[in-house]
Design a protein around this ligand. Structure first.
Ligand SMILES: [Zn+2]
Length: 337
C-alpha cells in the first residue's frame, strides 16, 4: 500500500517513477468493460452552447432586413449542412406587425435519421429578433432593435448543440430541427393574423415542404437562456420573474398535457429545477400553428424574463446553466429509455 501511494504521489507531481530508484512496471490495465450494444446518450455541453448564443449576437440584431439577419441565415444553413442534416430552406416575403414594408424571410429546416422508425419529432426555435425594444424602461430606446440573446439566440443555441449530438449519434427516430423566421415582429394593434407574431411557423404549416415528413410531435424552445438574476437596469416588470423558471405554458398544458407531463417528469428526474409544475401563461408562439393542425406540440419557455423586449437582452444576462437544464432534458427525452 505504501509503495502504491508513493507511486501516486510521483504521478501526481508529474515526476518519473523511475527517479525513485528501481525499475517500475506499468500497472495492469483495468478489465475491459463489457461492450454495450447501444451507444451512450450524448451529453450536452453548456459552454459550447453558450458560445453559439454569443456567435449569433455577434452578427448584431437579426431583425428583418438587417445585415445581421442575412448573415445569421447563412450561418444557420451552414450549421445544418455541417451536422449532416437533409436541409430544406423556405424563403417567403411578408409585412410584419411592426412594419408595412415587405421583408424577405427564411425558415431553415434539417432532417436527421430520415429512415429511422418511430414518430417524427420536430424541435423548433425562432431565430429572428425583434425590430423594436418596445418594453425598454427608457422610452428613448424603444425604437431600437433587440439583440435577442435570450429571445431568439438561446433557443437556437440549444438546438445547435443538440445537432452536434445528432451528427455523432443519429437520433433513434426521425427528427426535424426547425429555425423559424419572423416570430417576433408582432404588435397588439396589427391587423395580421395572430397580431403579426409567428409569421414563419404559420407559413411553414400552410406550405409544408414535400421533402419532409409531417411531424407527429413538436417541441419548441424559446427564452431558455436567462441567468435568473435580478437586473436593476430593468427592475421586475409586470409578468416578469427574475428567477429562471419554466412554468407549463398554458396552450401546451391544455392541448398536449401528456407530452408536457413526460418532459417535466424527465427534467425532475434529472434534477433540473427550473421546470416547475405550475400552469403558466397562454403564449402566442411557434407551437400554435402545429397545435391547430393536430400536432402534439408544446412550448418550453420562460415567460417572461425581466429583459424581455428591451435593449438589455444581451449575453451578459444569460447563463450556460439555463441552456443546460433544457438541452440535457431534451437529450434524455430523445435518447433515453
Ligand atoms: Zn420576443
Amino acid at each position: 500500500m505504501r509503495f502504491l501511494s508513493i507511486l501516486c504521489i510521483y504521478a501526481a507531481i508529474g515526476m518519473s517513477c523511475n527517479s525513485s530508484g528501481g525499475p517500475v512496471s506499468p500497472p495492469p490495465a483495468p478489465p475491459a468493460e463489457p461492450s454495450d450494444p447501444t451507444p451512450a446518450r450524448p451529453s450536452f455541453n453548456p459552454e459550447r452552447a453558450f458560445e453559439d448564443l454569443v456567435a449569433q449576437c455577434d452578427f448584431g440584431p437579426r431583425a428583418p432586413g438587417t445585415d445581421g439577419h442575412a448573415r445569421c441565415r447563412d450561418f444557420l444553413e451552414q450549421r445544418l449542412q455541417d451536422a449532416g442534416a437533409q436541409v430544406v430552406t423556405q424563403d417567403f416575403t411578408s409585412r410584419t406587425g411592426l412594419s408595412d414594408r415587405e421583408y424577405d424571410f427564411t425558415n431553415l429546416l434539417g432532417l436527421f435519421s430520415a429512415d429511422a422508425e418511430g414518430p417524427v419529432l420536430m424541435l423548433g426555435a425562432h431565430w429572428d429578433t425583434r425590430a423594436k425594444a418596445d418594453e425598454d424602461p427608457d422610452p428613448a430606446l424603444r425604437e431600437e432593435p433587440v439583440l435577442g440573446a435570450n429571445d431568439g439566440a438561446s433557443g437556437v443555441a440549444v438546438l445547435l448543440e443538440l445537432m452536434r449530438s445528432f451528427s455523432e449519434v443519429p437520433p433513434p427516430r426521425p427528427v426535424i430541427v426547425a429555425f423559424f423566421d419572423a416570430e417576433d415582429q408582432g404588435a397588439r394593434d396589427s391587423d395580421l393574423p395572430d397580431q403579426g407574431w409567428i409569421i414563419g411557423s404559420r407559413y411553414l404549416t400552410d406550405n409544408w415542404p414535400e421533402e419532409l415528413p409531417w411531424p407527429d410531435q413538436m417541441l419548441l424552445v424559446d427564452m431558455v437562456g436567462g441567468d435568473g438574476e435580478h437586473n436593476p437596469a430593468v427592475g421586475t416588470p409586470p409578468r416578469a420573474t427574475d428567477e429562471f423558471v419554466l412554468q407549463m405554458e398554458r396552450y401546451s398544458l391544455q392541448f398536449a398535457p401528456d407530452f408536457v407531463d413526460e418532459i417535466w417528469s424527465i427534467a425532475e428526474e434529472l434534477g433540473h429545477d427550473a421546470f416547475r409544475r405550475e400552469a403558466g401563461h397562454y403564449v402566442i408562439d411557434d407551437h400554435l400553428p402545429f397545435l391547430r393542425k393536430g400536432v402534439e406540440a408544446i412550448n418550453i419557455i420562460h415567460f417572461v424574463p425581466p429583459e424581455w423586449h428591451t435593449t438589455h437582452d444581451t449575453p451578459e444576462n444569460c447563463s450556460p446553466d439555463s441552456l443546460h437544464q433544457v438541452g440535457d432534458t431534451l437529450l434524455e427525452y430523445i435518447y433515453g429509455g
